[in-house]
Each structure stands twice: as structure tokens, then as C-alpha cells.
Write a protein that binds this ligand. Sequence first.
Ligand code: FES
Ligand SMILES: [Fe+2]
Length: 384
Amino acid sequence: MYINFWYPIARGEEITDDKPLRVELLGMPFVAFRDTAGNAHVLADTCVHRGGSLSAGGVKDGRAICPYHGWEYGGDGKCARVPSLGDQKPPARAKVDSYPVQERYGIVFAFLGDLPEEERPPLYEVPEYGDDGWKSQLYVFELACNYERSMENGLDPIHNEFVHPKQGAPMLSPEQMRKPPPVEELPWGSKFYMPFPTKKDSNTELTAVKTGKRVGAAGSWFQGPNQLVTWIDISAENAFHQYLFEAPVDDSNTRIFFLNMRSWLLEDEHDERIEKPTLEIVHEDIGILQRLRPIRTPTTNTREILLPSDAMVVRYREWLSDWDANGWRIDYKRLQAENGDIAYAIPSPGRRDSGNWVLDTIPLKPGGEEARKRRVSPKFSAAG
Ligand code: FES
Ligand SMILES: [Fe+2]
């Protein structure tokens, strides 16, 4: 799990101006609420007085109120009022981390890290969102699996035929199965997108392609460690574009915000017909993911047998190594071991401008070249 990326916090409607929302992410607690202008805020959940949980308190006049002694925090994380001090100003150190927020696609996202704005990896732009030619449905799933495993599943074109036998399309030709997919590089990730033959006797309800004559194209890509895109372009008119924003709750639980967009059957009356097979597919994936061993991706690629068709998985792990080298990986084992004695927080950009923070910065794995080499570079295994 990494700091310095955008993470989905909650559906927009879950965050209100009269009740704080507790959200666990990256193994840490956060509080989300809205101010009087309706803007969403996400703060570290730990009150710096004596450790109260802000999300167990209230929201009043756009401030989060600690349930223990009533300290009031604004959306900027600064304590604006300490009731027991009367008219006196709160101590200068009375502040908690406040994270940059964006509300898009019906989701509130927070940037959990301390990078200044110009250096931040971007939140994924969904080009079709809000376009009249597209219909969107948003789902949220909780999975008892590590988010990296879930991301890798989405980047794996081979599993479809085995995990989703009813899906029909996209199917791969035998040659496509043997070869690595054509990998393209993106600014914060990698991509494949390729034509696929459609199955002749498809029994899927999802695809209008039952004749097997038309050829579509499909592919998946990632941006950062937790944003996954899959495009299934069955034809020029019929497409599904799927956007998964993954929130690692901790290192073995994941919450996925799944934006499913389609360019056909746009009327509401078709929602159910689309939803049924879509959810079936999701649950087929979940069934596999929750039983993978080890729970987290192995730290060296030699602990699994990777084939050329796993090229995107390998690329994903290489990108993770880059972010390891940046020193962005959370030292989760240390966090767990020390959690009882030390209240940590994910550092916010505010820590770059002012010092004197009460909560310690979450432990991070040391970066540098050593960290990059931690994952042994892959050698694809040949058929025996
Ligand atoms: S612990 Fe929050 S006000 Fe005392
Ligand atoms: Fe799948």
C-alpha cells in the first residue's frame, strides 16, 4: 500500500454536513464530512488532544466535533475552538492532517499523501462520464483480498474464459493466449488493447454479437497502483467501459468503486438486464480472489510461474517497484506492531508548509535503488 495517490473515500451521498463518516483506508482511520457550503473534507480521524476518534463525534457548522471534549476542527484540519478554553485561541499545534479532495463520478476522492499539487499522480479522467451517449452505474464492493491481487486480476486477459465461462466475449485466439499482450506505456501505468474474435455460440446476455462474425477490441490498463480501466468495445456502437477505483482498506481487505459505463441500451429500463450478468462476473472474480495464496503478491516473481500472457501482471509489479523506490510504500508490519503505542497519520501536503505536528508520520519502507530491486525481475517460464 502506498501514500501519494488518489483513493476513493465514499459515494458522494454518504458524506453529509450533519454526521461524520468513518472510513478505513491504508490501515488508517479517516473522517469525512461536509462544510456549510457543501464541500467534502477528509481528515485524519485522531484528535490531537487525547486521541478521540473524530468520526465518533458530530458535525456542526461545517466542523468536525470530537466526542471526548468537544474540540472543533475545520475542513482545513485546524482546531478552531476548544470549548474548555472559552474565548482563548486553541494551541498552535492543535491541527490534524487534511487531505486534498475531489468529487467526481459520484465519488469523493482524497489524495492521501504530502506531494504538492504539481507533483501528484492524477485522478483518472473518465472521458465518457456525463456524455449523453453513455449510461453509468456505480457499485461498491467489499472484498476480503489484497488490492494488488484484485488489480492484477483485472489486467489478466486469460482468466476470462475460465472464471467467466458464460461471458462469451472477449475471447482470445489460441495465439493470443500464448503470446504476451501488446503492452503500451502510460505516464503512470501500462496498457494493452487488442482485437478479439467473438465466440460463435455465445450464450451471453451481455453481448449482441451472437453470430461470431464481428470482431471487437478490448483491453485493460492501470494508472497508479489502484485505478483500473477495462474497455470492451464489442463494436463501434456497443461498448462497455469500466473504471475501478480501488481502496485498500488494509493489506487484506479492499473496497472497490466500480463505475460501469455502456454506450448502448441507454434507457433505465435496461439497467437490470445489464446489471445481472455484470454482478455475476464480479462475484466470479471475488470467489477466486478471496482464496489466493499468498494473500499479498509474492515479493519476488520467482515464487510464481509467470507466462508470457502474464506480461501485464509483471508490468504492474515493475511499476510498484518504482513507487517502492520513491519511498511511498507503507511499512504495514511496523504500523501494526506499533499501532498500540503510537498514533500515526498519513502525511498531508500541509506538513510541507508547517512543522510541529502531534501525530507521527506513518512508517514507510526506505526507498532507493535497493527497494526497486526487491522484486526479482521476471523471467517468463517456457512451456515444459
Ligand atoms: S480527545 Fe478530542 S477533545 Fe479531547
Ligand atoms: Fe474477471
